[in-house]
Ligand binder design. Structure first.
Ligand code: EPZ
Length: 425
């Protein structure tokens, strides 16, 4: 098991390209099951969640190949319809195979999905969506067993769930007839999924709005697609620059996908500039961040819940207070205990977290409890005094490709080594 050693107090400088988006490539990999020929994905991030998705596709009978940031999936040999307990629990996105398996096989069987422990993560909206398309979904002995070939229909989501919207789209593509998804989530990753499906010959319209229309039953060919930039990886790197001070430029991310995060850092006193696919943040290390009163997470285009932890880590060392209201998940403050070990002054009451800025955090040995919370601890360590040790990196590796290398490229004093070294250098 490896750990990250992070020396804080050094400004970040430089320009890096942002990785491909985890939350886009995962549903797109599941969607490859719908094609009748090989699919080539470019700009695919090298993540443990991607490896888990490729493992599932192989288990289902697809031929997969990963070379650098290019992944090829040939689904022509796919015949399976059941995911093992291990595969399903490896990540939340295993649920994304439900829709395409029903569309292709008319059957699907999987355990309850795993993923970050952010409080209850029900799948009722996923099941109601496939039922609305005429499929049967039974929960038997801890597994979800679904059957039936989807017919077109209307799906009304009680919540704009990202995953349920994506599952509904993938199931509807294989349905015999037109489907309409009401109260659909509007995240940019859903637009990426629509663009991918249409590249293969589907007719999906409306992604990014609350109403998505799918003309089902069209044959999908193989094809080639480039995954969008990861706005959450970008938000994390911007938080790192805000925390440490300095000047970073991120390439390959659409600034409009990050506008609420950019606005927060602007209000916190950073100089933020953006154009087309580049975002730039600058903070003079001698000018501390300012608290920004209130940050409320919300479905897109609101402030993204996945940016809450990294942004909190940066604002833990600021002049003034910031209150976070986490409206999306019940338990998404597991990084607070770890930040307190670094000297942060944060009090949590239910979904509200009050951050009283301190002058500077200090180094500590801290442990990631989930994906974004783990990255947040690296953000905090970059602005802290001394050398921190970050463990629990298996959480971070699910969503960040070689985070230690990226931070080092930006001038961060970061290295990753096998745990158990006697003395950090
Ligand atoms: C996606 O998760 C992302 N994961 C999450 O990112 C992200 O935090 C979340 O969307 C919200 O933006 C991927 O895309 C792989 P939801 P998802 O369904 O689809 C409730 C990360 O760090 N809900 O939009 O699981 C749910 O409990 C991860 O990259 C139901 O009640 O999120 C939550 O309160 C973490 N019933 C709300 O909806 C359901 O059937 C939003 O969840 C489904 C969801």
């Amino acid at each position: 098991m490896s750990v990250m050693y992070i020396c804080g107090g050094r400004p970040l400088e430089g320009e890096v390209a942002v990785q491909g988006a985890k939350n886009s490539v995962l549903p797109i990999l599941a969607a490859c099951l719908l094609a009748d020929g090989p699919v080539v994905l470019e700009h695919c991030p090298r993540l443990s969640d991607v490896t888990a998705a490729l493992d599932i596709l192989t288990h289902l009978g697809c031929r997969v190949r990963q070379e650098g940031h290019m992944v090829t999936v040939d689904p022509q040999g796919a015949s399976g319809c059941a995911l093992s307990e291990r595969q399903t629990r490896a990540m939340r996105s295993s649920i994304m195979f439900l829709g395409p398996l029903l569309a292709r096989m008319g059957r699907a069987s999987l355990a309850y999905p795993g993923g970050c422990e952010l409080g209850p993560r029900p799948i009722d909206l996923h099941l109601s969506a496939i039922r609305a398309l005429g499929c049967e979904a039974l929960e038997e002995g801890g597994r979800i067993c679904c059957r039936g070939h989807p017919a077109g229909g209307e799906i009304r989501l009680a919540l704009p769930s990202v995953g349920a919207t994506e599952n509904a789209m993938l199931c509807a593509v294989g349905a015999a007839g037109e489907s309409v998804i009401q109260n659909a989530a509007r995240e940019p990753e859903i637009v990426d999924l629509q663009n991918f499906l249409n590249t293969l010959g589907a007719r999906v319209r409306g992604a990014g709005s609350g109403v998505i229309t799918v003309e089902g039953g069209r044959p999908l060919s193989g094809g080639r697609y480039t995954i969008m930039g990861d706005r959450m990886a970008a938000a994390t790197l911007l938080s790192a620059a805000a925390s440490a001070g300095g000047h970073v430029v991120l390439r390959g991310v659409d600034w409009r996908h990050l506008s609420t995060v950019l606005e927060v850092f602007h209000r916190a006193g950073c100089r933020v500039r953006s154009r087309e696919d580049r975002v730039e943040l600058k903070r003079d290390p001698d000018c501390p961040l300012r608290g920004v009163d209130l940050i409320r997470t919300a479905p897109y285009p609101g402030f993204p819940t996945d940016a809450q932890a990294p942004v909190m880590a940066a604002l833990a060392a600021a002049r003034g207070s910031t209150c976070f209201l986490e409206t999306m998940f019940d338990s998404r403050y597991r990084h607070v205990v770890q930040l307190r070990r670094m000297g942060a002054d944060i009090t949590v009451a239910g979904r509200l977290a009050r951050v009283r800025g301190v002058e500077q955090l200090h180094a500590a040995a801290v442990t990631a409890q989930d994906l974004r919370g783990g990255a947040a601890l690296a953000v905090a360590a970059l602005g802290a005094r001394g050398e921190s040790i970050l463990s629990g990196l298996h959480h971070v590796d699910r969503g960040y490709e070689a985070l230690e290398d990226v931070l080092r490229q930006l001038g961060g004093c970061v290295r990753r080594e096998e745990a158990g070294r006697t003395q950090p250098a």
